[in-house]
Design a binder for this molecule. Structure first.
Ligand code: HPA
Length: 249
């Protein structure tokens, strides 16, 4: 089954015909909220709001381990992660949707592995290509089928937040090779890999990163709301197509 983890602006999937909700407890604590099960067309899916259904959890407060563990416990094999990002590369203007293919992790202090503690063997997963290529391709293909363009590839810089960045920080991320910046991509992607789950992201650019474009002097935070709304309508269409095509048990 496919899971959709919704980020800012996607706390509900309106086109999901809900069958039931379930609270799942895990050895790592509670997920961000109950899991919402349902279907879109013929495809089954489960939805989870990453920041909680009332958007109360900051990126560093999300229990990523509990979220992914709970999804896998309920039969999920693939995760579509929806997240918002600031655009660093010039082709990532606000309103663009990207399917990144790389990650650089700048987060700290977040529980970021299942392989720790006395009973766990030390395990080093391969993470050369952090996203699942087949799932990335399904996202890109589904977007094409509903007539939407997405940017194929890009390096997602995962930062700690919740504050936005300084211009110098964005300059540094750009020198490092990052094309977009967000706060929730890690450790989520690595934990998915540790569990053997397929994982791909739909990264919605909601603002130019600090010091870039329309954010040259300041990030126009008030402009972000309408961009999120418009873009998440597109994300719903892409996700629906992915679930219809690939969401069979
Ligand atoms: N920086 C970090 N995270 C973000 C941004 C940003 O500019 N926009 C949306 N999420």
């Amino acid at each position: 089954m496919i899971a959709i983890i919704g980020g800012s602006g996607l706390t509900r999937l309106e086109n999901l015909e809900i069958t039931h909700r379930q609270i799942v407890r895990t050895p790592y604590g509670e997920p961000s909220g109950p899991l919402t099960f349902g279907h879109i067309g013929e495809g089954e899916a489960v939805f989870l709001a990453r920041h909680g259904y009332a958007h109360t959890l900051a990126p560093h407060e999300v229990n990523y381990r509990a979220n992914l563990w709970a999804l896998q416990a309920k039969g999920v094999t693939s995760v579509i992660a929806v997240c918002t990002v600031g655009g660093i590369a010039p082709d990532l203007a606000a309103g663009t949707i990207a399917v990144p293919d790389q990650i650089i992790d700048y987060t700290w202090g977040r529980p970021s592995t299942y392989f720790e503690g006395a009973e766990q063997p030390v395990t080093h997963i391969d993470f050369t290509y952090p996203y699942t290529q087949a799932l990335r391709e399904a996202a890109i293909e589904s977007a094409r089928e509903v007539g939407l363009h997405v940017v194929d590839g890009g390096a997602y810089a995962a930062v700690q937040g919740p504050r936005l960045e300084t211009k110098a920080e964005i300059d540094r991320l750009e020198r490092d090779g990052a094309t977009m910046v967000g706060m929730t991509g890690m450790p989520e992607a690595a934990l998915a890999r540790e569990l053997g789950l397929g994982y791909a992201a739909l990264a919605v650019v909601v603002n130019a990163a600090a010091g870039r474009g329309a954010s040259a002097r300041a990030i126009p935070v008030a402009d972000i709301g309408p961009v999120i709304e418009e873009s998440m309508a597109k994300v719903r269409m892409i996700v629906a197509k992915m679930v219809e095509r690939h969401g069979h048990p």
